[in-house]
Design a protein around this ligand. Structure first.
Ligand SMILES: Cc1cc2nc3c(=O)[nH]c(=O)nc-3n(C[C@H](O)[C@H](O)[C@H](O)COP(=O)(O)OP(=O)(O)OC[C@H]3O[C@@H](n4cnc5c(N)ncnc54)[C@H](O)[C@@H]3O)c2cc1C
Length: 501
């Protein structure tokens, strides 16, 4: 099958670093390491990357004013935010700095707004502004006339999170990183005498190596292991004999609104935050739709992605308080994301209990924003632990630009169709996704229905795949040779069609 080179190669026993979990944290770490002569493997339990928390979030590149600089997460958020422009140039993923607004609906909320403003100033947020009623309504005319003032951070923005992860992984793999999918790590053992430390020039490393085993029996060996397993980082830590901690789960439910809604704001609109949450927002996604949410409720089950009518009522009411023109008629669907919560801060440290083991845990919001800086931070941690980092003589930071048909002008569309008529065969009519884009997704290794949805946006529009799913299944079968019984929504047992009637 024409899948990505370096994807699921035969398991090897000479990796320098194995990264467990490929959400936005693992992907940034892998891509950063790919610039060095370091042999790296990503071990991901799902059928594709970005299928954990990194697939269902608000997609905001935060503005750097919500958290105090005493927290690591705040420092990495500020640094990460500033790294997005260069990453966008190199990796061609949807990203826009459309700015963030915090809208105060009562005079008594202005004290909290003033606090956020001062925090932003202390954090060095560029261009942050305390706004009068006139100024905030000028910046965002769709806000409620009850708005009394607020805050504006022009450096905040929106990113398409899955496409960001896909591009990071494509770049890492292109530069030699090996990606193993369907690799659920369930056992590990450390052999302190596995390597000759002197041969690896690693004074701070004892010369040992981890043997990491997947549920299906595959094993790889690596001198260092990074635990970026999101909601399951506590279980992975336990497998490696690392620190004992418990990841708690805070669920966030959303409404997704059609791109035709008249309530779409220009900027991300936040309410004034509470002590536990940034509140429910109105988010103009970089793809053109609108998100309203998320809620913030502790749940026990790490697989509970359900949404409830009661919560969705609450979300709509909260959104309408800020933007009254929001209408339930524009709602396409609802979904939920799960925040992996630990204490108040990120936990990114070399383990004090397990050798050559780095914890990247508790990466809740603003993890997406901070992720490019997490990549740098972990690279430096590994260096401090003895990993030899020699820059590659030839590292290519760029991935190919991959145009989206719906975003091109008619001349550009015509020239693509002239070169390959499959650009003119629109498979997903809601999001105007062509057959050529779906083939591209499959050839890059995204061959589940969700993988194609996150890469190409087919099934993301108003009909939510009602019209195009069967056409996509046929393209996957043709391109991969998979039978229809083998096509899944998101890997594992999520098959769509059964043989028995
Ligand atoms: C509702 C919500 C809204 C948010 N909004 C924002 C926002 O607007 N801006 C922002 O900056 N941040 C936001 N965040 C936070 C952000 O989404 C997360 O910080 C980020 O996605 C975490 O990425 P991660 O790679 O650490 O974890 P994940 O994306 O969960 O990746 C972990 C990976 O590990 C894999 N894995 C788990 N166990 C194993 C195993 N045993 N073996 C192999 N692989 C394994 C999983 O399959 C998964 O792919 C939000 C989060 C939520 C839930």
């Amino acid at each position: 099958m024409p899948f990505l080179e370096n994807r699921n190669p035969p398991p090897q026993d000479d990796y320098d670093v194995a990264i467990i979990g490929c959400g936005v944290s693992g992907a940034n770490i892998a891509r950063r390491l790919s610039a060095y002569d370091v042999k790296t493997a990503i071990l991901e339990k799902a059928a594709d990357v970005s299928f954990g928390t990194s697939k269902a979030n608000s997609g905001i590149v935060h503005g750097g004013f919500h958290h105090n600089k005493k927290y690591l997460k705040a420092r990495l958020e500020i640094q990460g935010n500033l790294m997005f422009d260069q990453l966008r140039r190199e990796l061609d993923f949807p990203f826009k700095r459309n700015g963030i607004i915090v809208a105060a609906l009562h005079e008594d909320e202005m004290k909290a707004v003033g606090h956020l403003y001062m925090q932003g100033v202390e954090n060095g947020v560029i261009g942050i502004e305390l706004c009068s009623r006139e100024r905030i309504l000028d910046l965002e005319p769709k806000l409620s006339p009850d708005t009394v003032g607020g805050l504006y951070a022009p450096g905040g923005g929106m990113v398409e999170p899955y496409r960001f992860v896909f591009a990071l992984v494509e770049s890492a793999v292109k530069n030699g990183v090996h990606l193993y999918t369907d690799f659920k790590v369930n056992a590990a053992a450390y052999d302190a005498a596995a390597y000759d430390a002197a041969a690896h020039d690693a004074a701070a490393h004892d010369g040992g190596a981890w043997t990491v085993r997947a549920e299906d029996g595959r094993t790889v060996k690596a001198r260092y292991v990074v635990n970026s397993a999101g909601l399951y980082a506590d279980e992975v830590s336990r497998i490696f004999g690392g620190e004992e901690f418990r990841i708690k789960v805070r669920k966030g439910e959303y409404f997704l609104m059609d791109r035709l809604t008249r309530a779409r704001p220009e900027r991300v609109v936040f309410p004034v935050p509470t002590a536990v949450s940034k509140g429910m927002l109105v988010i103009p996604t970089v793809e053109g739709t609108v998100l309203v949410g998320p809620t913030a409720d502790m749940v026990e089950d790490k697989t509970d992605y359900s949404t409830t009518a009661a919560h969705l009522e609450e979300i709509l009411e909260s959104g309408k308080a800020m933007i009254p023109s929001l209408s339930r008629n524009d709602v396409i669907t609802s979904f939920a994301g799960l925040r992996p919560c630990l204490e108040e801060d990120f936990y990114i440290e070399a383990s004090a209990r397990a050798p050559a083991f780095v914890q990247v845990a508790g990466i809740q919001s603003p993890g997406l924003t901070a992720s490019p800086a997490i990549g740098l931070y972990v690279k430096d941690l590994l260096k401090g632990m003895g990993l030899n980092l020699t820059e590659k003589a030839r590292w290519d930071p760029f991935v190919k630009d991959r145009p989206r048909f719906r975003e091109l002008n008619p001349y550009e569309q015509d020239s693509l169709i002239a070169a390959d008529p499959r650009w003119g065969n629109i498979v997903c009519r809601c999001e105007k996704v062509s057959e050529a884009e779906i083939i591209q997704a499959v050839r890059l290794g995204h061959y589940t229905l969700d993988g194609i949805k996150y890469f190409a946006r087919a099934q993301m529009g108003r009909c939510q795949g009602g019209f195009c799913t069967y056409k996509i299944i046929k393209i996957i079968m043709r391109e991969t040779g998979l039978s229809w019984e083998e096509i899944t929504k998101h890997g594992g047992a999520s098959r769509l069609l059964e043989t028995e009637l």
